[in-house]
Design a protein around this ligand. Sequence first.
Ligand code: PLP
Ligand code: COI
Length: 339
Amino acid sequence: MVDINWKELTFGYTKTDYNVRSYYKDGKWSPLEKSDSQMVSMHIAATCLHYGQESFEGLKAFRGKDGKVRVFRWQDNCTRLQHSAEAICMAVVPEDLFKEAVFEVVRLNEEYIPPYGTGGSLYLRPLLIGTGARVGVKPADEYLFLIFATPVGPYFKEGFNPVRMQIVHDFDRAAPKGTGHVKVGGNYAASLKAGERAHHEGYAASVFLDSKTHTKIDEAGPANFFAIKNGTYITPKSHSILPSITNMSLRTLANDLGLKVEERSIPLEELDTFEEAGACGTAAVISPISEIQDRETGKIYKFPSGDKAGKWCTQLYQQLQGIQYGELEDKFGWCEIVL
Ligand code: PLP
Ligand code: COI
C-alpha cells in the first residue's frame, strides 16, 4: 500500500508509478508506452522549449461510494486538446489514443486514487509538446503526447470555503484574438506575474478583464467566473476565456435545478448586483468567492453570501461532486467507469 495521508493532500505533485507516452514521427503516432521515469529527454532545439508549442489538459478520476473508479468527461478534454493543437499548429492526438492513455494511466496507478470520503481524486495531466528541432519559427514535425497522474486535494487552500480575488488592469492574460480560448502554456506564463502579486497581497487569484476594453470580467485565474442573481446563473461569454468543462457541467446542472442560464458579457459594475459568485474548474471544482477587490480603484465588491458558500454554489457543488463520486445518478452520462 502507498503511504499517503489522503486527507492532507493539496493540489501538488506526488510521484506515482507510471506515466504513458506516445511519439509522433513521420506523420504517425507510436503505440502507447508506459514509463516509470518522471523525466523527458529531448532535443535542445525542440519547439516546445523555444516557441511555446505546448498544450496541456486536466481531468480527474474519482473513487466512488460504490468502490468504482469514474473518469469525468474525458471526451471533452480530448476535443479541447485537439482544438489547442490545431490553434498552435501541433499534431492532433486521435480520440482512441487519448482514451487508451486515460484509461491505462488510471489502471497503472490505481493505488494512488484517493479513497472515497477523503475528498481527493486522481488528477490526470495530458501534455502535448513539440519535440522536433527548429531554429526558424516553424511548427515541429515531431511531438510527444503523455499523461501523468497524481493524487490531489483542493486547488485553493480554502477548499469549498470562499476565497477573495483581485481584479487587475495592468496585466492581460490573453489577447482579444490570441490563444485565450485554448489551453496552451503561454496563457499561463502571461498570468503568472499578476497571480504571484495577488497571492502576495493576500488574494487567492487574479481576475482578468477583457483585454480590449478592460470593462468586462474575463477569466478568474485558473478557472472560469460565474455568478448568481435573480434565479439566474451568469457566466462570461468571451473568446479569450477557456471553455471550461466544469462550467459547461454547471450550466447543465443550474438549468436542471431551475435556474436560468446566461452566457454573456459581464460589465465590471454588475459585480455590485450579484448574490453569489464563484470560480469553477477541474482543479478548483467550485470555489465560492466572498469578495473581489479592484486593484486599480481600490473598490471592494462584497457578495451577500459572505464568508459562507451561498445556497446555489452549495447545491451546484453537491450535485457535481455527487455525480463524480457516484453518489447521485449520472443522468447526463458524464462519467465512464474505468475500474
Ligand atoms: N480557465 C482556465 C484558465 C483553466 O486553466 C481552467 C482549467 O482547466 C479552467 C478555466 C477550467 O476548465 P475545466 O473546467 O475544463 O477544467
Ligand atoms: C485544471 O483545472 O485542470 C487546470 O488546468 C487549472 C490549473 C491547475 C492550470
